[in-house]
Design a protein around this ligand. Structure first.
Ligand code: 0WD
Length: 262
């Protein structure tokens, strides 16, 4: 049986919002392809007018999908997106949060030099946004739902160059646990995928990223780095009823890198 045949219809009748597609290399796009392949109907956001064309082109293979302008630092825009989604769909089953940002200086200077405003911006965009988006999604998930975010191993170990982003990812993972507790009674599951290093736009902001990719490939039990599609498959599982007993977890999709000693 082919992979497509195996997952066909797994997510039929479900609807999901994907936040964090920048281009065809984005992890969010790999997730979207897996989710759509399993039958989920999708809507996307893009970050500002300059990104609109790129996201439109990237998502074109899925047809004429709903696209919403969203900067996650704006409460008004978050409200507007979910209001419009409510008008259009009435309900939402799935939310993918695949967004992170830290100012360049905070990713290249020694961590001790991190400026207050850069620390706050990284936490606002990369961690708080999950809380704000989950709150806005809540009324649309009246029949329950699944929320998935993307994190990285730099949350638990000091990975050279990851700096303030590692601190923000630690906050993100803790937010997953508190959201899972708060939203569990509403039948909403909240989980993170800790993805291995993948060469994307955001990854290029990490100093010495190519070295990180090489080291990851050498040290991981599977002897390689991972593909976006493998993260997509994990997102598909967490979105599906197959994961009905799983919430508040950080699931590693990293070829086993995190279990090895450096
Ligand atoms: O190795 C990697 N690439 C890993 C990425 C390993 C493990 C985790 N991750 C995480 C990232 O930290 C992030 O949370 O996966 C998530 C997605 O990252 P990505 O797919 O690697 O990167 P990218 O394709 O650049 O998508 C992230 C996007 C932004 O792209 P750019 O590069 O233009 O900043 O997040 C979006 C934006 O489209 N984004 C925002 N969206 C709305 N409002 C904002 C914002 N304020 N800031 C960034």
């Amino acid at each position: 049986m082919t992979e497509a045949a195996a997952t066909h219809g797994l997510l039929a009748g479900k609807r999901g919002l994907i936040v964090g597609v920048a281009n065809q290399h984005s992890i969010a796009w790999a997730c979207a392809r897996a989710l759509a392949g399993a039958g989920m109907e999708l809507a996307f956001t893009y970050q500002g007018e300059t990104m609109r064309d790129r996201v439109t082109k990237t998502t074109a293979e899925l047809g004429d999908v709903p696209l919403f302008d969203l900067d996650v630092q704006s409460d008004e825009q978050i409200d507007a997106v979910f209001h419009e989604l409510g008008d259009r769909w009435g309900k939402l089953d799935f939310l993918l949060h695949s967004v992170a940002f830290a100012p360049k200086a905070a990713m290249s200077n020694p961590f001790v030099e991190t400026a207050r405003q850069d620390f706050l911006a990284a936490h606002d965009i990369s961690a708080y946004s999950l809380v704000g988006l989950s709150r806005a999604a809540l009324p649309l998930m009246s029949e329950g739902g699944s929320i998935v975010t993307m994190t990285y191993y730099g949350s638990e170990k000091a990975v050279p160059g990851y700096n303030v982003m590692g601190v923000a990812k630690a906050a993100l993972e803790a937010s997953v646990r508190y959201l899972a507790v708060g939203l569990g009674p509403s039948g909403i599951r909240v989980n993170a995928i800790s993805a291995g290093a993948i060469n994307t736009l955001a990854a290029r902001g990490v100093a010495h990223f190519r070295d990180l990719l090489r080291i990851t490939g050498d040290r991981a039990p599977l002897g390689r780095t991972i593909e976006g599609a493998e993260v997509g498959n994990a997102a598909m599982f967490l979105a599906s009823d197959l994961a009905s007993g799983i919430t508040g977890e950080v699931m590693y999709v990293d070829a086993g890198f995190n279990i090895t000693a450096g």
